[in-house]
Design a protein around this ligand. Sequence first.
Ligand code: DAH
Length: 360
Amino acid sequence: MPHSVDPLRSAFADELQRVSSERELRALRDRYLGRKGGVVATLMKQIAAAPSGDRRLLGQLANEFKTDVERALAERQQALQDRLEPVEAVDITLPGRPIAQGRRHPLVILRDRLEDIFAELGYAVVEGPEIEDEYHNFEALNIAPDHPARDMQDTLYLNAPIDSRRGTAPPSERTRPQVDRAATLLRTHTSGMQIRYMEAHEPPIRIIAPGRVYRRDNLDLTHTPMFHQVEGLVVDESITMADLKGTLTHLLRELFGPDARALFRPTFFPYTEPSADVFVSCHACHGSGCPVCKRTGWLEILGCGMVHPAVFEAVGYDPERFGGFAFGIGIERLAMLKYGVDDIRMFYENDLRFLEQFPH
Ligand code: DAH
């Protein structure tokens, strides 16, 4: 009959000390805590048979021993696991987990591409403010005060200017003092950067200016109140329309492949004269006519023209001495045509099933 558990304690401590694997640890646990024939179970049985005067104290000692053994085994188990983690916790036969790889948004892909194409031609990439004033967005670009683009229906004004042409302003704003040139708005195009850049630099100039623009449009298949443009401007002493056509034809071939053809159709912009809408031969049907190009064989890509003398005058350049060309490209529109996207809203919904279809 035991009178103490001390010998058992030191025997257990010795054995635990020698354990060096989980298998040995399991064996040790079985030996001490096994229900039948385990050291602790045997001890309990002996105590049950002890004289009632000893039972209480011995029972208490045995229970403490049992608890200590359990705790020591658990601690040792944890220590062994920690030590073995890198080897035993990794099942090297499992297939690897794919690493989620981020990718560029299609609008970023195209913006980067445009920047690369023009950087190679020696253009600088510049950026300007999205909050613009009427002067840079309209007036200096020769856009007349009664031009519909200036209407509050089309432009998002930040402080509403007052005059007769804006009869839609609420009464409180109609009574405000005239602010006109100082009126601020969200730029409706990147063309104001032509003015800002020429104000701060002398020719020769070769820049593109990418960025966000805003219009008072409701969301539909082809309109969003915010979209992206890339503006281009070249000014030097002997720039002609041949430079414009050569540059933009090169651009379209870079974007749509070496067989792409360019079509220049006369149009009107207040800040260029002459002006042209530029079309590229449809890459889906090579010009024979299909749903992508609405059976015309051509896709409208951008607007351009020779810088209007009034614009040069606004920035203090001599229109007799300098010539220039400018162009504006809508990035969403370009992306829709290039990638065959028929709903502009897809670009803003961040649906991974959509975004994952574009190249890295
Ligand atoms: N600003 C025009 C637009 O928003 C695009 C444009 C057309 C820009 C002709 C130009 C240009 O620089 O010459 O639709």
